[in-house]
Design a protein around this ligand. Structure first.
Ligand code: ADP
Ligand code: AMP
Length: 250
């Protein structure tokens, strides 16, 4: 990781979304951002896999859809998110990974956050379909902490074991070529409109996700620096306005 200074002097939380096709590197980048900026990492994929492991009715409903590469119904996802957003760690800023994935989810998110917790930036990790297939076929995931590895480009220090907690890595059931192609089709059909939606809101920052992991980290950080500077400038304007308003009332 390069040594750009850590900018949490702003006393404010970052609220961002990582969007991109499956395998673009959202989880990989999220792990870095979570540590660097102290953000709550909200991955609907990880949450659903946890539900599947627990074996409850929600997990049961999600399991088949996930194995087929289809989206889980919006209502179920939105209920899960609404509950997650009540937890105290989100006050320090949050990072959505793999959510929203449909237009209905995107619109509901904007509603539920309101203005006080509005999203400041959506970072789009851009990667060609063929690269995605090879990334996902070689991905190995830690079922304990969700960290992702790759058998060639990002191997763990000890084969088959997570560097962070030593758990045996798994090859996800949906990381096979047939399901990957299905997930890509679903992405182009149902999630691309979400990307366009955030583009219209002027929130989108596109990043070339084909670069090595450290380089992508650098590109993402450059985006966030710009976002923080813009945020700081608009806060200055707001505080100047409220100061001059209070002077006018004296
Ligand atoms: P997503 O969360 O978007 O589905 P992951 O972060 O799990 O994607 O990454 C998918 C696979 O690609 C993993 O095997 C990961 O190690 C690998 N990977 C992630 N970013 C890069 C990169 N910039 N270059 C090469 N491989 C990467
Ligand atoms: P991911 O871990 O992000 O690759 O997600 C794995 C699978 O979980 C997807 O293929 C979907 O079946 C399901 N999933 C994850 N997030 C969502 C979401 N926001 N909306 C609908 N389905 C989701």
């Amino acid at each position: 990781m390069h040594s750009m200074p850590y900018r949490r002097t702003l006393h404010q939380a970052l609220r961002i979304i990582l969007v991109g096709p499956p395998g673009a590197g959202k989880g990989t980048q999220a792990a870095t951002l979570r540590e660097r900026y102290g953000l709550a990492h909200i991955s609907t994929g990880d949450m659903l896999r946890e539900e599947v492991r627990r074996g409850g009715p929600l997990g049961e409903q999600a399991r088949t859809l996930m194995a087929e590469g289809k989206l889980v119904p919006d209502g179920l996802i939105l209920e899960m998110i609404a509950q997650r957003l009540t937890q105290p760690d989100v006050e320090k800023g949050f990072l959505f990974d793999g959510f929203p994935r449909s237009q209905a989810q995107a619109e509901a998110l904007v509603q539920v956050l309101g203005n006080a917790r509005r999203v400041q930036a959506v970072i789009q990790l851009d990667l060609a379909d063929e690269e995605i297939v090879s990334r996902l076929c070689g991905r190995r995931s830690c079922p304990q902490c969700g960290r992702a590895y790759h058998i060639v480009s990002n191997a763990p220090r000890q084969e088959g074991l997570c560097d962070a907690d030593g758990t045996a890595l798994v090859h996800r059931e949906d990381d096979n070529e047939t399901t990957i192609r299905k997930r890509l089709a679903v992405y182009h059909e149902q999630t691309q409109p979400v990307v366009d939606f955030f583009g219209q809101l002027n929130l989108l920052h596109k990043v070339d996700a084909s670069r090595p992991i450290e380089h992508v980290e650098h590109l993402v950080e450059q985006c966030l620096e710009k976002v923080l500077q813009k945020e700081m400038a608009s806060r200055r304007v707001l505080s100047r306005r409220s100061r001059s308003r209070s002077l006018a009332f004296r």
